[in-house]
Design a protein around this ligand. Structure first.
Ligand SMILES: Nc1nc2c(ncn2[C@@H]2O[C@H](COP(=O)(O)OP(=O)(O)O)[C@@H](O)[C@H]2O)c(=O)[nH]1
Ligand SMILES: [Mg+2]
Length: 433
């Protein structure tokens, strides 16, 4: 009797162990294979992470720059297809199908789009913060690529940290000297004198040469870097920015479907001392290239007297989602080259924000510029926290609405609403100071 009880006990334990093994093996997730570069201990390598919906894909980089593109993947990202789009309409408001699901890889088409960041190696931890937030609030479900640009080669740490955070593929480009240096026509002595004067006057970045190269590069060259030529849309991300709200839909797709070419979340008045003659140069461009000035543009956002003077309003360009083909158009490049000839990037301290904004205001129809109320955003020192308690709750925003800059006196966003004839979001009156 004792013997058979032992056998029964052994059988019970054995079947329990088998059942446990079966259960554990069934409930485990499908492991994602480690990338070969990590397995081999290398720090280099573009992240190329296949997902359920998006096959390993990416642009074939046709570049001499220091590219970390995975050499094995030359396939283009899935193109925008009307059928795919029709099967998966964008859920722009709560209650629509697919609104609630913030876990799965987003179904539907992907745009030919990328994030883009200009950064130094020393910016690595600040950009890591930004990437983490962009991924958590949006890109982990969309897996868009990320292009990093630098006037110096990116180091191994920068590549390792950033490629481990981005869910799409990462590409690293070194900017050619011609795009980050003084053009020949610049009088060096005059430029130096300006920097000394601006230093005396304590104008922010007034004495910096590299900041001027940065502004000229962002104004005229980032969109024509070899790595960027593969894409149609970009989303600019700077170090140490914050995203406050869930992004339930694809902003790139909104741009395409609603035929938008430029977008913003914050707008304000530019520091006059940095751009005293920018409007004179703009007026010269308008005279020389009347064919580029579009009917029904947003001149009213830039000028209160029909174009005679500039009111200094500009979209804050550290956040932008935009159309690269517009920036590569003859209209935009003629505008940039005309400004560059006048030398104000060095004889003054023209920022890329007023340059992009004036271009958007004159070369685009006003309905081609989009304001993303629903993207909560911070770049020191300003916050865009969506107006409307309902929106903020639905989007799980973590910003303090009191900090929303949109309707305060120094913001130009009210003016944008007036010029475009849009209704201001509910609750804006209570946020004016
Ligand atoms: N590679 C490189 N990037 C720069 C340099 N200066 C600024 N940047 C980048 O250009 C962007 C704007 O610079 P930032 O310091 O944030 O200027 P601010 O936002 O106007 O205060 C950021 O993405 C910086 O990382 C530079 O000298 N080299
Ligand atoms: Mg910045």
């Amino acid at each position: 009797m004792a013997g058979s009880a032992r056998i029964v006990r052994y059988l019970l334990i054995a079947s329990f162990v088998v059942a446990l093994f079966f259960f554990v093996s069934r409930s485990s997730y499908d492991g994602v294979p480690l990338r070969p570069d990590i397995l081999s201990g290398g720090a280099q390598g573009a992240a190329n992470k296949p997902t359920a919906q998006q096959p390993p894909a990416g642009p074939a980089a046709n570049t001499n720059t220091n590219t970390n593109t995975n050499a094995n993947s030359n396939t283009k990202p899935p193109a925008f297809s009307n059928k795919d789009a029709a099967e998966h309409p964008m859920a722009l408001t709560p209650g629509e199908p697919e609104w609630e699901d913030l876990v799965s890889i987003a179904p539907g088409p992907r745009m030919n789009a990328t994030f883009v960041t200009l950064a130094r190696n020393s910016d690595v931890w600040e950009i890591a913060r930004s990437i983490r937030q962009v991924e958590d609030r949006f890109n982990r479900r969309y897996n868009y690529d990320w292009v990093f640009l630098n006037d110096k080669p990116f180091d191994a740490t920068f590549k390792k940290v950033t490629s481990s955070l981005v869910s799409g593929k990462t590409h690293y480009g070194e900017i050619p000297h011609e795009h980050w240096s003084f053009p020949d026509h610049i009088d060096q002595e005059k430029a130096q004198k300006v920097r000394e004067d601006m230093k005396q006057k304590k104008i922010i970045y007034g004495d910096s040469v590299s900041y001027r190269h940065m502004c000229r590069f962002e104004s005229g060259f980032f969109f024509r870097q070899p790595l960027m030529m593969n894409y149609d849309y970009y989303w600019r991300v700077e170090p140490s920015v914050e995203l406050f709200c869930d992004i339930h839909y694809d902003p790139f797709r909104l741009m395409k479907e609603q035929k938008k070419k430029y977008s913003f979340v914050l707008s304000l008045y530019e520091y006059v001392e940095t751009i005293p003659t920018l409007w004179d140069s703009t007026k010269k461009f308008i005279k020389n290239f009347p064919e580029h000035i579009v009917q029904d543009n947003a001149m009213g956002f830039l000028s209160d007297d029909g174009g005679e003077t500039y009111n200094h309003c500009h979209f804050w360009s550290n956040f932008e989602v935009g159309d690269l083909n517009w920036l590569r158009s003859k209209a935009y490049t003629d505008f940039f080259e005309s400004l560059d000839q006048d030398g104000g990037f060095f004889y003054e301290r023209w920022g890329d924000a007023p340059v992009h904004s004036i271009a958007a205001g004159l070369l685009l129809r006003k309905d081609e510029i989009h304001f993303f109320n629903d993207i909560g955003y911070y770049h020191v020192p300003f916050t865009h926290c969506p107006t409307g308690e309902k929106v903020r709750t639905q989007l799980r925003c973590h910003c303090d609405p009191k900090n929303n800059f949109d309707w305060k006196g120094y913001s130009c966003t009210s003016r944008f609403f007036e010029v475009t004839g849009m209704d201001k979001p509910e609750g804006w009156e209570n946020q004016q100071d």
